[in-house]
Every structure is written in C-alpha cells, then in structure tokens.
Write a protein that binds this ligand. Structure first.
Ligand SMILES: NC(=O)c1ccc[n+]([C@@H]2O[C@H](COP(=O)([O-])OP(=O)(O)OC[C@H]3O[C@@H](n4cnc5c(N)ncnc54)[C@H](O)[C@@H]3O)[C@@H](O)[C@H]2O)c1
Length: 365
C-alpha cells in the first residue's frame, strides 16, 4: 500500500483505489442515501465517523468517503490502535432530513457488515445520533455519556494536538514547551478552543481567528489576554512561531507556506496539505510540519477506548503517547531524509504490513 501524501485525489473507480469494500446504502422511504467505505482491515475492524453533508453529487460524496477512510487507516496505524480505516457519508442536509427513521435505517446497513465497520460522529452527526443508530446496530462508538459513551472527542483531540506541538517545539527550539512562543490558532470551535486553553496554561501568547463570532467571543470571555485577528490570511501574515490550522482541510497551500513566518505548523484539521508536494515546500522553507493525522488522533483514541468500556484516564494516558509518536516521526524523517508527512506514512504503512503479516500464522479457533 503506497500513498503520496494526505489529500491526494483518489481515483473514483473503486477497483483502482486501495479500498477493500465500498457499500452504497439506499432506503427510499426514509430518504437514506449513504456510502460506507472500508479502506483496510489489516489491523482490525474499520472505524471512522459518519459525515452527514449535502454533497452536490454522488461522485463528490464517493470521493470524500474514499479519501477520508484511507486517512483513518493511517491515523489508526500510527496511533498504535488495533483498528482499520473506514468512514461513511450520508448524502443530504442534516438540518432537514435527519430523523429517527433515517438514522435507524442507516444503523441496519452498518449492522449488516457484522462488525467489519464501526461508526462514530463526524461533521453533521452527534453523540445523540449515535444513540439512535445504536438502536439497530451493535457497532457504534462516540455515544452519549448516558449510554456509556465517551461523549465529546474534541477534548482529547486538542490534548493530542498540544502533545504533538510540544514535540515539534522540542525539535525546533530544544524544549518541549510553547512558553514564550506566539501561536496562531485558525478556527476556535470544539477542538480549537480547548487547544487555546492548553497553550495559555503552558505560557504561550495566543492569536486566534474564526469566521463565527460566537466562537471568538467564547474564547475571549475565558481568556481575555488572547489576541483576535479578522481573518486566516491576516493570522498567517502576522508574526507567529507556530501556526495551528483547526478549521477546514487544505489549509496549507503554497501561498500559506510563502506568507507565514511560523517555524512550526501543527493543528487539528484533517487533510491540511492542499496538494501533494506542499510538504516539500514546507521543508525547503525550514518549517517543521507535524503531520495532521499523527497529532489529531486523540479523538480516535477516545472512541477506540469506548470499545473496552470507556475510561477517560486510560484514553488520556494513551493520547499522551502522541508526544512520543510525533518525536518518532521527526526522527524517522531526519534519518530517511524525507519530510515528516512522508515519514508518518512510512511508519503507518510499516505497522500495517508487519502486524497484518502475523495473521498469516495459523491459530486454532
Ligand atoms: N472534533 C474532533 O475530535 C476532531 C478530531 C480529528 C480532527 N478534527 C478536525 O479538526 C478540525 C476542527 O474540528 P472541530 O470539531 O473543532 O470543528 P468545529 O466545527 O467545532 O470548529 C471549526 C471552527 O472553524 C471555524 N471556521 C470555519 N471556516 C473557517 C475559516 N475559513 N477561517 C477561520 N475559521 C473557520 C468554524 O466557525 C468553527 O468555529 C476539523 O478539520 C476536523 O475535521 C476534529
């Protein structure tokens, strides 16, 4: 299994992609149109959230789910979890079509895969939706605390990003701390606002931006010392030591690499590199990029823990390991003479290869 770098566009012909199984789910009566993509089960059952989004076309939805499910395989592999990679998309506007019948219908399709795919929350789905799906299905994580679930995964996602950022700081400045550094956070939603707290507590100066004023106000109410700028462009152009993209994918373009003064880029957003090759531009400019799926694995670690009966402390302990994993990625990058994004891919691929090889050893039962 080879892959150039995170956001490359996968082929739309499923037989030309690396995916094991792709399932189209259709229930006319409830309006359900969904696609479940299982990229790999080399390390265990595929786990990934269900994105509920009004895609413009089925092709667009398919492309997204193929891309996202592949990312999950790499994220789980690098985080050392016994999970494969999968993802699902439900096509439509959740604000208008999401209801009990549709979610339960979707749950029956997930159930039909008999545990090859576990679902969880993603954009457009929440823990309460997982509770509905679980009425028809045994393979659901990210459930509400009232139902034994882990609840909001952004807490440990932010904690993990902070650990990755500490490892990056150590690599660049010799000490695993952001104290005295200026960190720009683009997007202070569920993950970003928790990240701001970790940074302030560590002694960093924080600059934020968000397109949604209530998100900005919430951070300013809690941390009046945080500086606010109008736009991501303004943030990127300001004097920063670290840039943390915590909004949407594709945040690191050639223009951003050119404009930023940051020495480190490390944030929560998925698929940050706008196109293959940006990782080389980052390296050429001397910017250390902490690969997105390496540092944002805290949420996956959290829902994975739910499969054993959730313990926040155990999950947090495991998310602390993101510091060491990020260090290993940087060391491998140095040893192999490649950018960290490529090193992360290599480490993930090595684990998938080596662990799945063990399955070739016959065991009775
Ligand atoms: N929540 C998790 O556990 C988790 C786990 C892994 C990765 N991620 C990724 O991290 C990112 C943030 O996730 P979240 O759960 O905090 O989402 P969220 O929707 O709660 O927060 C995103 C924030 O970004 C803001 N935003 C959107 N477009 C923007 C723009 N152009 N400029 C500035 N701000 C903008 C939104 O207003 C919002 O406040 C996403 O890319 C998500 O895929 C989240």
């Amino acid at each position: 299994m080879t892959r150039s770098t995170a956001p490359s566009t996968p082929p739309l012909d499923v037989f030309e992609s690396e995916h094991e199984q792709v399932i189209h789910c259709h229930d006319e009566a409830s309006g359900l149109k969904a696609i479940i993509a299982i990229h790999s089960t080399a390390l265990g059952p595929a786990l990934g959230g269900t994105r509920f989004h009004p895609y413009a076309s089925t092709d667009e939805a398919l492309r997204d789910v193929l891309n996202l499910s592949r990312g999950m395989s790499y994220k789980a592999a690098l985080a050392g979890l016994d999970l494969g990679g999968g993802k699902a998309v439900i096509i439509g506007d959740p604000k208008t079509i999401k209801d009990e019948t549709l979610l339960r219908s979707y749950g029956r399709f997930v159930q039909s895969l008999n545990g090859r795919y576990y679902t969880a929350c993603d954009v457009g789905t929440f823990s309460v939706d997982m509770d509905e799906i679980a009425r028809e299905c045994d393979y659901v994580t990210g459930r509400t605390v009232a139902h034994g679930g882990a609840g909001d995964s952004s807490v440990l996602t932010a904690f993990g990003v902070f650990q990755g950022m500490r490892a990056a700081a150590e690599s660049v400045w010799g000490e695993p701390t952001l104290a005295g550094r200026t960190v720009g956070v683009a997007g202070v939603g569920k993950v970003g606002h928790h990240l701001v707290r970790h940074l302030v507590e560590d002694g960093a100066s924080v600059v934020i931006t968000d397109v949604w004023q209530p998100a900005v106000d919430r951070v300013r109410d809690e941390f009046p010392q945080v500086k606010v700028v109008e736009s991501t462009d303004e943030l990127v152009a300001s004097q920063l030591d670290v840039y943390a993209p915590c909004a949407l994918g594709g945040a690191i373009s050639d223009e951003v690499v050119e404009a930023t003064s940051a020495k480190i880029i490390c944030g929560a957003a998925n698929n940050q590199l706008a196109h293959p090759g940006v990782e080389k531009a980052l390296e050429a400019k001397g910017i250390l990029y902490a690969p997105d799926y390496c540092v944002n694995a805290g949420g996956l670690i959290q829902v994975y823990d739910e499969l054993e009966g959730f313990s926040f402390e155990r999950a947090k302990q495991r998310a602390t390991g993101i510091f060491e994993t990020t260090r290993t990625v940087f060391e491998t990058a140095r040893q192999d003479g490649v950018p960290p994004a490529i090193a992360a891919d290599r480490l993930a691929e090595r684990r998938m290869r080596e662990v799945s090889r063990l399955r070739g050893m016959w065991l009775k039962g």
